[in-house]
Design a protein around this ligand. Structure first.
Ligand code: F6R
Length: 240
C-alpha cells in the first residue's frame, strides 16, 4: 500500500485527480470505476477543471460506478446516477453511452448484476478504481460481513450506513438495500485510488491499514492489492 498524507482535502483531490489525469495521457480510452459520496466531489471538480482547460479528455473513456440504491429511479436526486451526472458527467466531454451505473429499478436484480460483470469484462477490465470508505470500513457497499463477495451483488445495508444515509432522505424513504460491485470486482482493477478525508474516517483508515484483514473490516483487503494508492488528509490519517 502506498500511503500519501496531505495537509487538507483540497490537496488530496489534486493528488488523486492527477493519477486519473496521468492515466488519460497514457491511455485515452481508459476504463474507470467511480465512487459517489461527499469525499470525491472535490476531485471530480478538479478533473472537470482540467477537462475545461483541455489538459485531459474523457471522450474515449468508459466508466462503471461502484454502486446504486435498489428501488431508486435514476432521476431521483438521491440516486448515484443523478450524483454522477451532476458532479462529473455533465461537466466533462464524456460520451454518456460509455458510462455505466447499475439500474436501481432493474426488474431482475440478479441479471442486472451478471450483465454488469460481463460489461466490465468486455471493456477489458478496470484501469483505475476510485474508492472512498464508510465509517464502518465499507468499500462500495461491501458492508462488514462474514465473507468477501466476489462479484456484483445486492446487499442489505447495515444500521450504521442507513443512519448515515438518513440525512439525505428526509422523508424517511431510506433504501435498505443496494447494488454493489463485489470485493473481487474491486480487487481485479489494475490500480486502486483510495481517498479519505476528515476525522470521522480516522478509525476506518487505521483499521484498513493496521487492523485484521477480514471481511468484518472490508477495506483491509486493499492491503493485498499490488497497486493501491491511498490519499489521506491529516485528519483521516490521525490514528496511523
Ligand atoms: C459510494 C461508495 C461508498 C462511499 C463511502 C464514503 O459510491 O462507494 O463506499 O465511498 O460511503 O462516503 P462519503 O464520501 O460520503 O463519506
Amino acid at each position: 500500500m502506498n500511503i500519501n498524507i496531505f495537509e487538507n482535502a483540497d490537496e488530496v483531490a489534486v493528488a488523486a485527480g492527477n493519477v486519473f489525469a496521468e492515466q488519460l495521457k497514457v491511455k485515452p480510452n481508459s476504463v474507470f470505476s467511480f465512487a459517489t459520496g461527499s469525499t470525491p466531489v472535490k476531485m471530480y471538480d478538479y478533473l472537470a477543471q482540467l477537462n475545461r482547460k483541455n489538459e485531459i479528455s474523457f471522450k474515449d473513456v468508459t466508466t462503471f460506478n461502484l454502486d446504486e440504491y435498489v428501488g431508486i429511479e435514476s432521476d431521483d436526486v438521491n440516486s448515484y446516477y443523478y450524483f454522477m451526472h451532476k458532479n462529473l458527467f455533465d461537466k466533462i466531454d464524456i460520451n454518456c453511452e460509455n458510462t455505466h451505473i447499475l439500474n436501481g429499478k432493474a426488474e431482475d436484480p440478479e441479471k442486472e448484476c451478471e450483465d454488469y460483470e460481463r460489461l466490465i469484462e468486455q471493456s477489458g477490465g478496470i484501469d483505475i478504481q476510485l474508492l472512498g470508505v464508510g465509517v464502518n470500513g465499507h468499500i462500495g457497499f461491501n458492508e462488514p460481513s462474514n465473507i468477501f463477495a466476489d462479484k456484483t451483488f445486492v446487499v442489505k445495508l447495515t444500521e450504521s450506513t442507513i443512519e448515515v444515509n438518513s440525512a439525505y432522505f428526509p422523508n424517511n424513504d431510506i433504501p435498505l438495500s443496494a447494488f454493489t460491485m463485489g470485493i473481487g470486482s474491486i480487487m481485479r482493477a489494475k490500480k486502486i485510488v483510495f481517498i479519505a478525508t476528515g476525522k470521522t474516517k480516522a478509525h476506518a483508515v487505521k483499521e484498513m491499514a493496521k487492523g485484521d484483514i477480514s471481511p468484518k473490516n472490508p477495506a483491509s483487503i486493499l492491503r493485498f492489492h499490488q497497486n493501491a494508492y491511498i490519499f489521506l488528509d491529516k485528519e483521516a490519517a490521525a490514528l496511523l
